[in-house]
Ligand binder design. Structure first.
Ligand code: AMP
Ligand code: MG
Length: 519
């Protein structure tokens, strides 16, 4: 394994090495920090695809050396361990320095010309831990591990997860914020991405009027992550990079909206400079289609990061980033243009995706209204988003739009949570009529629709069931879920149960419908 560690080699380091005392760190991007040892690490699961991507052999992944390395107990040759400094806007307010409070990077590995940062989450305190203990619990680690991989297989840009280990140590968490902290099993996920740089990695230097260090980060990003612009004069290059990031971010959010993913904490410290989904905390998946739904209990009042808010929140975050890099550019116009580009790109691309999701490949004047009224119908009827779109591919062109309710609703009846379906029925009639104008044969249309409408998503209640079993020592469901989520668009007859809509018992159960940030 070759670690080139260019982040550490090329960016300014905090001169106070290996000092974990919490403090403000100036003019530096990271602090060399050791992971704190854990007492009895054991492997719960690893992702064979990620291991392969990194050039790690299957044998190595089940070795003691692997467990020791990815629990933070031992550095492999060439690794460097450090915690990064960044800031962020949290829930609309500037929060100052945040940084890797419980993430410790192990350096950057190169394999087949690609560079990957490996990062442990939950490996102990760092100078950025503030009030936290630097640890993570099993439930949140299972959620991060499974969701990273599920998102990847759904085609959503995301950080990946290599491994999940139990530490053998207990971690105390007050899950309901009611003063009753309980001991939980501690765990560590090793996540992987070309870079974990965030919007907040640039904002922190703007907040300190430290344009010099900020420029170093921008140039680093250009050199390694946006090399296509690195030959341009600096101001132009930064603008081009920002423009490209606007597109990547729009693409990412379109993909979220398409599969019903709600990030839950879109603070600027959780927004990737590469347009990847980053930091899986109190995220959730839409069961019944409700744009005002947020899984995050901390956000219930404000609903700032609710499903339907995500496109505008990403824009808000990009605006904060534009402000932060403005002093390097001193021209607002190209930044404003890029933000406008985000809006236009998002709208076009989201519309295209929704048309694909309902299998309409030609353009007709009524399409706009069909999309609008679908949104209304899905909201007024309690409909499971995933099952609805998946079922829609079973509609046939030769069915008359005046057919009986039963015939029209049959393809999507699995998706209904309750029986009042008037508005949806109306929509199905309209859709049926529109479908007749499409020239594509039913079989081909169904095939194409099934490539964008997953059968399997990591439903909140499924992850919760895996967690409950795992906390009792049985990790089999975590393994099964990873296997199911590997092929989300395929019919997998042995896994039919995992495509079922949320059972009634899960409607208001913590972990299944709501999540606190306590993790
Ligand atoms: P998040 O909302 O999970 O992205 O976390 C926001 C900030 O809090 C980041 O700087 C994290 O590193 C930090 N943080 C979260 N949990 C802990 C913890 N248990 N110990 C130390 N820092 C934490
Ligand atoms: Mg974070």
């Amino acid at each position: 394994m070759i670690f080139h560690n260019r982040y550490c080699m090329e960016l300014p380091q905090d001169p106070k090495q290996y000092l974990r005392t919490c403090r403000q760190v100036y003019e530096a991007c990271y602090t060399l920090t050791e992971a704190s040892p854990v007492s009895n690490p054991s492997l719960v699961i690893h992702s064979p695809e990620v291991a392969h991507m990194l050039g790690m052999s299957p044998d190595f992944c089940i070795s003691q050396e692997f467990v020791e390395a990815f629990s933070g107990n031992k550095l492999l040759d060439g690794m460097m361990s450090y915690a990064s400094c960044y800031g962020g806007h949290q829930f609309g307010n500037w929060a100052g320095q945040l940084g890797d409070g419980r993430a410790i990077s192990l350096g950057e590995l190169v394999h087949e010309g690609q560079s990957y940062e490996l990062q442990l989450k939950g490996a102990g305190p760092t100078p950025y831990s503030r009030m936290g203990d630097g640890r993570a619990v099993l439930r949140s680690s299972i959620r991060e591990f499974l969701c990273s991989e599920a998102m990847h297989h759904l085609g959503v840009p995301t950080t990946r997860a290599l491994s999940l280990v139990l530490t053998g140590d207990r971690v105390y968490r007050d899950m309901f914020y009611d003063g009753n902290a309980r001991p939980e099993p501690g765990a560590i996920v090793c996540r992987v991405a070309p870079s974990f740089l965030r919007f907040g990695s640039l904002e922190i230097f703007h907040s300190r009027r430290d344009t010099q260090t900020q420029k170093k980060v921008l140039d680093f990003l250009l050199r390694h992550h946006y090399p296509q612009f690195s030959q341009l004069p600096p101001k132009e290059a930064y603008c081009a990079m920002f423009h490209s990031l606007c597109e990547k971010t729009a693409h990412m959010v379109v993909q979220w909206m398409g599969v019903g993913f709600v990030h839950g904490v879109m603070n600027t410290d959780n927004m990737s400079m590469l347009g990847l989904t980053i930091d899986y905390g109190p995220y959730g998946w839409i069961d019944n289609y409700d744009p005002s739904w947020t899984p995050n209990t901390t956000d219930f009042m404000q609903q700032r990061y609710a499903f339907g808010q995500q496109p505008s929140m990403a824009l808000w975050n990009l605006e904060k980033l534009a402000n932060a890099i403005y002093p390097q550019i001193e021209d607002a116009k190209p930044l404003e243009d890029a933000l406008q580009y985000y809006v236009d790109y998002f709208e076009r691309s989201y519309r295209d995706l929704r048309m694909k999701k309902i299998g309409l490949h030609e353009e007709y004047p009524e399409d706009k209204e069909i999309l609008l009224s679908l949104n209304r119908a899905l909201q007024s009827t309690e409909v499971d988003m995933t099952l609805f779109f998946r079922g829609l591919s079973r509609c046939k062109k030769d069915v008359d739009e005046r057919a009986s309710q039963q015939i029209l609703m049959e393809p999507v009846c699995d998706s209904l949570y309750r029986s009042s379906t008037d508005e949806l029925l109306l929509w199905m009639r309209r859709y049926q009529k529109r479908l007749q104008k499409e020239s594509m044969p039913d079989v081909e249309r169904a095939k194409q629709m099934n490539r964008v409408n997953p059968k399997y998503v990591l439903r909140n209640y499924l992850a919760q069931q895996a967690i409950e079993k795992s906390e009792e020592g049985d990790h089999s469901l975590v393994h099964t879920l990873l296997d199911v989520m590997r092929n989300p668009f395929e019919e997998q007859s042995q896994y039919e149960d995992f495509s079922q809509k949320r059972p009634e018992w899960a409607r208001n159960k913590p972990g299944c419908s709501t999540l606190s940030c306590s993790s």
